[in-house]
Design a protein around this ligand. Structure first.
Ligand SMILES: [Zn+2]
Ligand SMILES: [Zn+2]
Length: 292
């Protein structure tokens, strides 16, 4: 499994000299499975760059959409494969986190919010909201999902292939002020032993109490989850748009000292555009995790 980050920022694109190293594009992660299947996790502005690369292939594109907030859908109208005649695109998402049965990726391309209408696109796209696990399994893609603690709802995904695994959990508040949809204990179970845990780490203690209940987690809570779930590696994701490169460097340093001497995870990084993580299954169920 090869994971490549194309957009790592939360809420709104944040280009500029203070964010250039980690990147200002919003959520988009590309997952290439060993069996040749490809998955795109969210369609924030990062998907534009990925789209150029996918023009060179004719693989069916499977998009797992966490929810319909702007920062997760905004890149889709600029995703070049949607303009390729006959290109197959399958979107997997839920009615929670979208306008009911209307997939937000498609509904924004309506001739008013964007100059083109979805019905005019030459690609062949479909949206699957029910039984996504079994539909994906039919294409040899094995996932589980969980419900996000986030205003409007949404989905987290855990992808498995030949003993390698990756959990993608963004726009999730681990300790919300009200009763959570998914409890902390359930998140620990969902992430148990995962090789790569990608989790929303948008806030610091200084963002509270103002942003408590906004649907994002604190860096400290995400560190604890990685430890409690025994994750092989942790990737902090969905950086706040106001978080500068220097501030993310500081979080990274604090992560290293927090995890030093602890049993897990062996690797912790803050997501950056173009970062790649390669997972190679080894003997006896272990997985080699390489970050570049
Ligand atoms: Zn978001
Ligand atoms: Zn959101």
């Amino acid at each position: 499994m090869l994971i490549t980050f194309y957009g790592v920022r939360g809420s709104i694109p944040s280009p500029g000299i203070a964010t250039a190293r980690y990147g200002g594009n919003t959520s988009c992660v590309f997952v290439e499975l060993q069996n040749g299947q490809i998955l795109v996790l969210d369609a924030g502005t990062g998907i534009r760059e990925l789209g150029k690369r996918l023009l060179e292939t004719d693989d069916t594109i499977n998009i797992l959409l966490s929810h319909g907030h702007w920062d997760h859908i905004q890149g889709y109208p600029f995703f070049k494969p949607i303009y390729q005649p006959g290109r197959r695109i399958r979107v997997f998402t839920s009615a929670a986190g979208n306008h009911g049965k209307l997939c937000s990726l498609f509904s924004q391309i309506d001739g008013a919010n964007f100059p083109v209408k979805e019905s005019e696109l030459p690609s062949k796209s479909e949206c699957i909201m029910d039984d996504m696990e079994s539909v994906l399994a039919g294409h040899n893609i094995h996932i589980r999902h969980a419900a996000l603690n986030h205003p409007g709802g949404g989905l987290a995904f855990r992808i498995e292939e030949d003993g390698a695994s990756c959990a993608y959990i963004t726009d999730n508040e681990l300790q919300p002020p009200n009763t959570p949809v998914t409890s902390y204990a359930q998140w620990v179970e969902f992430c148990q032993g995962v090789d790569v845990l990608i989790h929303d780490a948008q806030y610091l203690e200084s963002d509270l109490p103002e942003k408590h209940g906004w649907g994002h987690s604190l860096v400290a809570q995400v560190r604890q989850l990685a430890l409690d779930a025994g994750a092989g590696s942790l990737v902090m994701f969905h950086h706040d748009p106001d978080r500068t490169d220097a501030e993310i460097d500081f979080i990274q340093k604090e992560n290293e000292s927090f995890f030093r001497g602890k049993r897990a995870p062996a690797i912790s990084v803050c997501a950056a555009e173009q970062m790649q993580i390669r997972l190679t299954p080894q003997r006896r169920g272990a997985t080699l995790i390489e970050v570049a």
